[in-house]
Design a protein around this ligand. Sequence first.
Ligand code: HEM
Length: 438
Amino acid sequence: MASSVSDLRLPTRVPGPSDAFPIAPDDETRDMLGRWHTAYGDLYCVPDARGGQPHWIVHDPRLVQQVLVRNSANYVKGMGLDRVRILLGNGIMVSEGDFWTRQRRLMQPAFRPRALADFGAMIFDENAALADRWQTLSERGESVDVAAHISELTLVIVLRSIFGRDYEALVTAGSNPFALLTDEPERNLRFAARFHRLTRVVDDIVERRLADPSGDFDFLGHMLAARTKAGETMSRRALVDEVMTLIVAGHETTASALAWAWYLLATHENVCARAQAEADAVDEAELRDSGTHASGGLDFIGHVISETLRLYPPGWLLSRRSVAADRFGAHEVPAGAQVFISPYVLHRHGDYWHDPQGFDPGRFERGDQPGHRFAYMPFAAGPRHCVGEHMALTEMRVHLAHMLRRFTPRYHGNAPPTMESHINLRPRDGIYLQLTPR
Ligand code: HEM
């Protein structure tokens, strides 16, 4: 039936639940996002539990592209970022506008593959030390909480890549003050306050390095040397905020992804065997170096990582706020609307993935998915995409290749590890594996 002009002007009702719900980075929200997706599809609204405008939930890849890329200028970071701001000050994860543009431009060169090449040997050596530790534990017949060990590993790697030689001063002067990030499981306000106190430690190092720029090319060295076109440098305050940002953004995300990768490898013998064969074929010197190359001859391990990030994307919930009105198809989105996109939901979307719940790294090699570029985004997309993507992928590839050459993992749990959906999607109670030396 043809619709009249007046019909077309009527706002189309957006589907969605009638009951309000407090959307937040938590398990209840992740659970509800799955149910709502089944009930209402790719675009719906949820009444705000605090009485504000309804929240928009978007899982149509074309609209995701609109929010994050095509019309990204109309969106700023959304709800939940206030908590992150307590941790990170005004670092690039949370800053906006001209200040963000300037900081991102100053930071970005430090994350280019060539700049990251300096970290290759350090990443390799930290993994070698962890492999020896795992060897001792496995010879004693103990199972290993790989999630806890990898959390320590990625913390040391991110701290060493930021502080370089100053890392030694940081830990030899006593215990590692940042161990709080691995020892304290909660991510509440108390944690935020304790973490925030560490800005003093960072500020001391920044002050020293400003007085005596040693020419070290760790991340801090790059940031100290960075200049805008007009020759301006980062302020001391900005340097501290960006260092805090890199510690938080670079540590737990990579750790969670690797922990999930181990669980999946431990429960999929054939995949694990193929990844081991690939790792065995790379010689040690190459492996030290391979981290710095795009593929490094570890293609299949790369697919294991991609598939792990599909099933367990650490950044599982992205939030944005519209600055001015926008349109989602037939619907007008007002200014000030909160918009949520969940890579977790997108990555398990039945329209875009065959066997969406299954672990099949081969799907990335066959390229046979019905797919849509914006149905896969573990590192987000558009101007605010993850600046550390290459570093994370490198670190994960080197870690898995190194450890798979030495161990075969087995998981003896009766059920999959429970997910904990905070700012990161991490395993709630660790991941205990039996690691058999090869
Ligand atoms: C597997 C590992 C990682 C994953 C899955 C990941 C994921 C993400 C995602 C989804 C975002 C976008 C958040 C949003 O738009 O709201 C992001 C941003 C960011 N990530 Fe990562 N990340 C990882 C590792 C790293 C590492 C290793 C670093 C640095 C050492 C890093 C630094 C950052 C920073 C600074 C931002 C903010 C960028 C901006 O807004 O300009 N990330 N990451």
